[in-house]
Design a protein around this ligand. Structure first.
Ligand code: C2E
Ligand code: MG
Ligand code: MG
Ligand code: MG
Length: 291
C-alpha cells in the first residue's frame, strides 16, 4: 500500500522510477535468451472481410511470458528493445514464426495471410527488404500472403530513409499497411505518396464511434479517403455488433477486434479456425467463415 500525492491509498505494486529502469534493463539483456527458450511467442488475431465475414488473415502480436514479471504485452517491452537496438532480432523471430504458420496453412490447403508489425527502426534498415525476400523464399510463401504494418510516425521520422525501404518492400509484392491511422501526423496528402495498399483505422476512433459523433466522422472520412486512394480499409478495435454493422454500412472492407476474436495462441487459433472450416465444409464451400 502506497500513499499517492493526493493522499488516497493505492493497493498493489507500484514500481518506482528506479525499478522501471531496472526492469527495462533486465528485459533488454534477457531478450536473446528468452527468444531461445520459448518465453516469447506469437499470438494471432483474426481479421474478417465485411460483409462476407470470411477470414481474411491474421495479425501477429508478440507476447513475452516472463518468469519474473508474468505475461508482458508488446507495449511493455518493444520500446525498450527498440531503444537498445535489438528490434531486428525480435522482428526476425516474429516474421519467421508468422511465415512458418502461413506455410503450414498452405500445406493444409488454406490461403490465410499474416500481418507483422514493424518498428520505426526497421523502416530505416536498408537491409530489411532483403531479409524479407529471403524469409519468403525460405518458407516458400507468396509475397501477397504477407502484410507489413507500419505507422505514419515511423515513416515521418525520416522519410528520406524510410521511403526507399518501403518502395523495395512494395516491389517484392508484400502488402503494406499503415497502422493506427488517424493518430499520428496524419497528413492525408502524405498518405497519397506512400506505396501502401491498406490503411488501418486506429482503435480509439472505432471504440468511440458509438458514443462520439466526432469519432464517427473520423471513421467515415478515413473509409472514404482510403477508398478514394484505392486502399483496403481495415477497422481495428471492433468490440460491438453495432460498430461492425456501422462499419459494414460505410463500406469498410475488413474488421478486427474482440467481437471477432481476441488475439489467440497458435493452438487456440487452430481450434478457432477449425470450428469455422468444418462449418464451411458442411456448406460445401472452400471459404473459411466466421461469426
Ligand atoms: P497494433 O498493431 O495496433 O495492434 C492492435 C492492438 O490492439 C493489439 O494490442 C490488440 O491486442 C489490441 N486489440 C485488438 N482488438 C481489440 C479490441 O477490440 N479492443 C481493444 N481495446 N484492443 C484490441 P497488443 O497485442 O498489446 O499490441 C500493442 C502494439 O504493440 C501493437 O499495436 C503493435 O504496434 C505493437 N506490436 C505487437 N506485436 C509486435 C511485434 O511483433 N513487433 C513490433 N515492433 N511491434 C509489435
Ligand atoms: Mg498492427
Ligand atoms: Mg493499431
Ligand atoms: Mg498500436
Amino acid at each position: 500500500v502506497r500513499a499517492t500525492r493526493s493522499g488516497e491509498e493505492v493497493r498493489g505494486y507500484v514500481p518506482s522510477m528506479g525499478q522501471i529502469f531496472m526492469r527495462r534493463f533486465q528485459l533488454v539483456t534477457q531478450l536473446r535468451q528468452a527468444l531461445e527458450n520459448g518465453e516469447v511467442s506469437v499470438h494471432y488475431q483474426p481479421k474478417v472481410s465485411l460483409p462476407s465475414r470470411h477470414v481474411r488473415g491474421v495479425e501477429a502480436l508478440v507476447r513475452w511470458e516472463h518468469p519474473e514479471f508474468g505475461k508482458l504485452h508488446p507495449d511493455e517491452f518493444v520500446p525498450a528493445i527498440e531503444a537498445a537496438g535489438l528490434i531486428g532480432a525480435l522482428t526476425s523471430f516474429v516474421l519467421d514464426e508468422a511465415l512458418a504458420r502461413v506455410r503450414r496453412w498452405l500445406d493444409e490447403g488454406l490461403r490465410i495471410s499474416v500481418a507483422v508489425n514493424l518498428s520505426v527502426r526497421t523502416l530505416l534498415d536498408a537491409e530489411f527488404p532483403e531479409q524479407v525476400a529471403a524469409a519468403l523464399e525460405r518458407f516458400a510463401v507468396p509475397p501477397e500472403l504477407l502484410t507489413l504494418e507500419l505507422t505514419e510516425s515511423g515513416v515521418m521520422s525520416n522519410p528520406q530513409r524510410a521511403l526507399p525501404v518501403l518502395r523495395e518492400l512494395h516491389a517484392l509484392g508484400v502488402v503494406l499497411a499503415v497502422d493506427d491511422f488517424g493518430t499520428g501526423y496524419s497528413s492525408l496528402a502524405y498518405l497519397r505518396q506512400l506505396p501502401v495498399d491498406e490503411v488501418k483505422i486506429d482503435k480509439s476512433f472505432v471504440l468511440g464511434m458509438g458514443t462520439d459523433l466526432g469519432d464517427l466522422a473520423v471513421v467515415r472520412s478515413i473509409v472514404e479517403l482510403g477508398h478514394s486512394l484505392g486502399l483496403t480499409v481495415v477497422a481495428e478495435g471492433v468490440e460491438e455488433d453495432v460498430a461492425r454493422d456501422q462499419l459494414e454500412s460505410m463500406g469498410c472492407d475488413v474488421a478486427q477486434g474482440y467481437l471477432i476474436s481476441r488475439p489467440l495462441s497458435e493452438r487456440r487459433l487452430e481450434a478457432w479456425l477449425h470450428a469455422r472450416t468444418t462449418r464451411a465444409v458442411d456448406r460445401q464451400s472452400e471459404d473459411v467463415l466466421t461469426l
